[in-house]
Design a protein around this ligand. Structure first.
Ligand SMILES: Nc1ncnc2c1ncn2[C@@H]1O[C@H](COP(=O)(O)OP(=O)(O)OP(=O)(O)O)[C@@H](O)[C@H]1O
Ligand SMILES: [Mg+2]
Length: 228
């Protein structure tokens, strides 16, 4: 088996997909993994701008058939065999997934890679409806749901916590996770200055670093639950 493909989805705008992707890259690098970033948000490639150069980033448009072909070819290249693939998706990417998702779904076995989706949600219903479509389009993906703590504590996710889709996700081996909230000051600084989390962990003032450390250890505990 080659290294897995992590796809950070959610389809809704602003739910924290890029934030989770950045935290995931940081987590994998801390573990010593080689990471290859596929940035599919071609209109606002925020993760690619920060992590592209250190993670051999590629920009791929998953709205078009060509983009899916390109993605699969990258995953299959011999030189990338030892790299974990991390895909950051853009808002409203469900149409591309519905149209072409099967191309990836059907090649996973030949690629010898597992597809692990981290589905980032806020507290609204459409996050869950979009998840149903995603599961249908990519049935071979192992889907974990990520409640973003930025929108409230776990207990406030009543809609998801008591939902049928939660039962389905967990029955299929998926987990219901909570991504930690980070102080706005730090989130803003990371976004505005486009610095990697590892660089921020060294360069920031002591108070900021302490908050970053707190957040990183919670994020690490979350990713430990899904890492293979
Ligand atoms: N866990 C978090 N802690 C603190 N702030 C957060 C967190 N998650 C998201 N945010 C804030 O919400 C904003 C939007 O997050 P992010 O860019 O990751 O969302 P997105 O789903 O990638 O959005 P888009 O659909 O535009 O790509 C960030 O700029 C950040 O300020
Ligand atoms: Mg984003």
């Amino acid at each position: 088996m080659s290294k897995p493909i992590y796809l950070v989805g959610g389809s809704k705008g602003g739910v924290g997909k890029s934030m989770v992707t950045m935290a995931l890259i940081d987590y994998l690098k801390d573990k010593g993994e080689s990471v290859l970033l596929i940035e599919t948000d071609t209109s606002n490639p925020d993760v690619w701008k920060t992590y592209g150069s250190e993670s051999n980033g590629e920009l791929v448009n998953l709205e078009e058939a060509d983009g899916w072909i390109n993605l699969i070819n990258i995953c299959g290249e011999d030189k990338n065999k030892e790299s974990t693939i991390v895909i950051n998706t853009r808002a409203a990417n469900n149409q591309g997934v519905q149209k072409y998702g099967e191309t990836l779904n059907s090649t996973l076995e030949e690629l010898g890679r597992k597809l692990i989706a981290l589905w980032v949600i806020n507290r609204q219903r459409d996050s869950l409806e979009l998840l149903k479509d995603f599961r249908e389009a990519l049935p071979n993906a192992l889907v974990h749901v990520v409640r973003n703590g930025y929108f409230g504590e776990e207990i406030k996710y009543q809609l998801y916590n008591g939902s049928k889709i939660r039962g389905t996700v967990e029955k299929n081996g998926g987990k219901s996770l909570t991504f930690p909230d980070i102080a706005d000051l730090l989130a803003d600084e990371i976004y505005t200055n486009r610095i990697t989390i590892s660089k921020a962990s060294v360069d920031m003032p002591i108070g900021n670093r302490a908050e970053l450390k707190r957040w990183k250890s919670l994020a690490c505990a979350m990713f430990n639950e899904v890492a293979i």
